[in-house]
Design a protein around this ligand. Structure first.
Ligand code: KIV
Length: 276
């Protein structure tokens, strides 16, 4: 049985911390699932850490669905949340419903995530009415990076803090089952968490949130372009990969790979017939 939205909501009530990680492929998703992490986000961070775009803005729904399907194939228990990319839920409610449905019907995800608060609340409500669970995402929402003028901490002025609280409450009222708080000062994220009955999942929002989400490449140290302040590297996979690739390169060049262990034999008499 896969993790359900009710189980995620109950975790807040029980004071159990919620862990979410991003994944974009079958093999990684399988490991996360086996570890027992309850939530995987197929984030549109895909665009930056896998596809090499400068931001999440160029990511298309086709790219997201392709990777969502792979992640779903790698999981048995984890709930998979598909991230709706830029402009797939902004134009109209109809558009938002149709695209959210694609994540569930074609992608096989169990829920979708979208960015925004008060401005997307009506769309959230309508998507949920169609039976699709929605995770909200407020604070530093990367799809609005040009509007923010860069990757800046959100909610630092009285107006911005009030706006964020209202956004969180609007999402809760619309029926979202959880909300990602990204790059928000710890005291404000803690206050929002206390005021909501649904879980908050922080990324750069401090210890007071009900859960945490990280981009898998950041915690594994496999994305070298930059390390965000909110990320802790639990491994340096980039260094391990670089050294393994260099060893392979050198062994091929030196004629040391493959050995008999990686090769296949055949009946010598067949070969003898061929060389007659
Ligand atoms: O796309 C993503 O990975 C995200 C997380 C950072 C929350 O939205």
């Amino acid at each position: 049985m896969r993790v359900t939205i009710n189980q995620i909501k109950e975790m807040k009530q029980k004071g159990e911390k919620i862990t979410m990680l991003t994944a974009y492929d079958y093999s990684t998703a399988k490991i996360i699932d086996e570890v027992g992490i309850p939530l995987i986000l197929v984030g549109d961070s895909l665009g930056m850490v896998v596809l090499g775009y400068e931001s999440t803005i160029p990511v298309t729904i086709e790219e997201m669905l392709h990777h969502t399907k792979a992640v779903v194939r790698g999981t048995k228990q984890t709930m998979v949340v598909g991230d709706m990319p830029f402009m797939t839920y902004h134009v109209s409610v109809e558009d938002a419903l149709r695209n959210a449905a694609r994540f569930i019907q074609e992608g096989g995800a169990q829920a979708i995530k979208l960015e925004g608060g008060v401005t997307v609340a009506e769309k959230v409500r309508r998507i949920i009415e169609c039976g699709i669970p929605v995770m909200g995402h407020i604070g530093l929402t990367p799809q609005s990076i040009h509007q923010f003028g860069g990757f800046k901490v959100q909610g630092k002025t009285p107006e911005a803090a009030t706006r964020l609280l209202k956004d969180a409450q609007a999402l809760e009222e619309s029926g979202a089952f959880a909300i990602v708080l990204e790059t928000v000062p710890t005291p404000l994220a803690t206050l929002i968490t206390q005021k909501l009955s649904i879980p908050t999942i922080g990324i750069g929002a401090g210890i007071g949130c009900d859960g945490q989400v990280q981009v898998i490449n950041d915690i594994l140290g496999s994305f070298a372009d930059f390390v965000p302040k909110h990320a802790k590297q639990y491994a340096k996979l980039g260094d391990i990969m670089s050294s393994a690739i260099a060893k392979y390169y050198n062994e091929v060049k030196a004629g040391k790979f493959p050995t008999d262990k990686q090769s296949f034999s055949m009946d010598e008499s067949i070969l003898a017939e061929l060389t007659k």
